[in-house]
Design a protein. Structure first.
Length: 392
C-alpha cells in the first residue's frame, strides 16, 4: 500500500461516527456563513459515507457497511424535503427549485424545518429573506458527486432559476454569483468591501457549471476556456470577477479580477479538476458506488433516523425508526400513553462505537405516538425527560 504501515481505518470510522451523530444539519455551509440543511454539504456527507461503506465491504465488514448505508439512504431520501422549495418567487413558471440553504439553529435544529417558510439572515449586510428565494449553485454537488442525475427535472428547473438570477455573461465567458443578495465584494462604485458590498461572480462557479455540463453529456471545453480567459497575464485566477460595467476610475474592468484574493487556489484546483474530468469523460469527483446506488439503480430508504442531535417528531408508518446514540442505553417506550411499558436494549455497532435500537412502525396503529426515554447504563441514570414521535 502507498501509505505503508499507516492504517486509516480508525480515523475514517471515527469521522463517520461523528457525521452520523452530528448530521444532517451543518453548523457552517461551504461559504462559512450559514447553518442549516445545505445541499452541497448533504451531497458531500453522503458521498463520503458511501466511500466508508465501500471500504468496509472490501474488508468483508458487511454489517458495518449496511449500518452506514442505512444512514446515507435516509439522507438521500430527504434531500428534497430539506432543501427544495415548491413556492419560489424568483422566476415565473419555476416555483420548484433547490435553495441555497434551509437555515436552522445548529445547536437545536428543527428536524422538520420547512424550506418554504424559513427565513435566512445573510452575512455581510445581505439582509433577511425567505430562504425559498435565496438560491445558489450548491445543489450542483448532488450531480457532481453522483447523488442525483443531471437530467433530474428538479435539477434542470434549478439550473433555469440560477441562470436567470445569478448568471452574468462576461467578455471572457459566463460567470455566476454565489447567491442572490450576496454582500461579500466591492461596492457598486468599485470601492473596497468594508463589511458590506456586492458579491460578484466567482470563476470557480464557472468550473462547477462545466462539471455539470459534462455530467449532462455535453463538452465542458467552453468553460475550461472561460477559466483560462479569467486568468491574468501570470496565469493567476482570482476569487471574484467584476461583473458590472467598467468603473469610472478604470480600476475595475468587466470580466477582470476584483480586489479579491488572487490567486485563489480553490479556483485553480477547480480548473485542473475540470481539465482532468474532460479527459476522463466523467466528473473526477463522482463517487461511483454512490452514483450506482442513487442514480443508476436508486434504492429506497426503509428507515427514519432519530438522534439527540436530530430529534424527529414524526415518522411515516411502515418505516423502521432507528434511534442512534453515543452510549449504551435501555430505551423505555410506549405507544399507548404508558398503558403498557416496553424496554429495548441498544445494540453496539463496534466499528463506529455507536449504539442503536430499531422499532418497526408497521406494527403500530396509524396516528399513534411513540413516547420514549432512555436509561444510560454506564452512568446508571435516567435521561429525565420523554421524547415523542408521531406515526403518520
Amino acid at each position: 500500500m502507498a501509505i505503508g504501515l499507516f492504517d486509516p481505518r480508525v480515523m475514517i470510522q471515527r469521522a463517520a461516527a461523528y457525521l452520523i451523530l452530528q448530521g444532517p444539519v451543518t453548523g457552517q455551509d461551504r461559504w462559512e456563513e450559514n447553518a442549516g440543511y445545505s445541499p452541497s454539504t448533504l451531497a458531500t456527507v453522503i458521498a463520503g459515507l458511501v466511500c466508508v461503506a465501500e471500504a468496509c465491504n472490501e474488508r468483508r465488514n458487511t454489517n458495518l457497511a449496511d449500518f452506514i448505508l442505512v444512514y446515507t439512504d435516509w439522507l438521500a431520501a430527504h434531500i428534497e424535503e430539506w432543501t427544495l422549495t415548491r413556492q419560489g418567487d424568483l422566476v415565473e413558471g419555476f416555483p420548484r427549485h433547490y435553495i441555497r440553504i434551509n437555515p436552522t439553529d445548529p445547536d437545536a435544529p428543527d428536524s422538520h424545518a420547512d424550506p418554504n417558510t424559513t427565513m435566512i439572515q445573510l452575512a455581510n449586510g445581505g439582509g433577511l429573506h425567505p430562504a425559498r428565494n435565496v438560491v445558489g449553485g450548491d445543489f450542483l454537488h448532488l450531480v457532481r458527486l453522483g447523488i442525483r442525475s443531471a437530467s433530474d427535472p428538479i435539477v434542470r428547473d434549478s439550473i433555469e432559476v440560477i441562470d436567470r438570477v445569478l448568471k452574468h455573461d462576461l467578455p471572457q465567458g459566463p460567470g455566476w454569483r454565489r447567491y442572490n443578495h450576496d454582500g461579500y465584494g466591492e461596492k457598486d462604485d468599485g470601492s473596497a468591501f468594508d463589511g458590506t458590498g456586492v458579491g460578484r461572480c466567482w470563476p470557480i462557479l464557472t468550473g462547477e457549471r462545466g462539471h455539470y455540463e459534462l455530467a449532462a453529456g455535453r463538452d465542458p471545453l467552453p468553460f475550461i476556456k472561460s477559466l483560462e480567459n479569467f486568468a491574468n497575464q501570470g496565469g493567476m485566477i482570482s476569487e471574484q470577477l467584476w461583473d458590472a460595467e467598467d468603473s469610472q476610475d478604470g480600476n475595475m474592468k468587466r470580466g477582470s479580477a476584483t480586489g479579491a484574493a488572487m490567486p485563489l487556489c480553490w479556483s485553480h484546483a477547480e480548473y485542473i479538476s475540470l481539465v482532468r474530468s474532460r479527459h476522463d469523460g466523467v466528473c473526477f469527483d463522482r463517487v461511483e458506488p454512490a452514483f450506482q446506488r442513487y442514480v443508476v439503480n436508486p434504492v429506497q430508504s426503509r428507515h427514519e433516523i432519530w438522534s439527540l442531535r436530530h430529534r424527529l417528531q414524526r415518522v411515516s408508518r411502515g418505516k423502521t425508526l432507528r434511534i442512534i446514540l453515543a452510549a449504551e442505553a435501555t430505551i423505555v417506550w410506549s405507544t399507548d400513553d404508558w398503558a403498557r411499558t416496553n424496554r429495548s436494549d441498544t445494540t453496539h455497532e463496534s466499528g463506529l462505537d455507536l449504539w442503536f435500537a430499531d422499532f418497526p412502525t408497521a406494527e403500530w396503529p396509524a396516528g399513534s405516538v411513540f413516547t420514549f426515554t432512555s436509561f444510560w447504563k454506564r452512568d446508571q441514570r435516567w435521561e429525565g425527560r420523554n421524547w415523542q414521535v408521531s406515526v403518520q
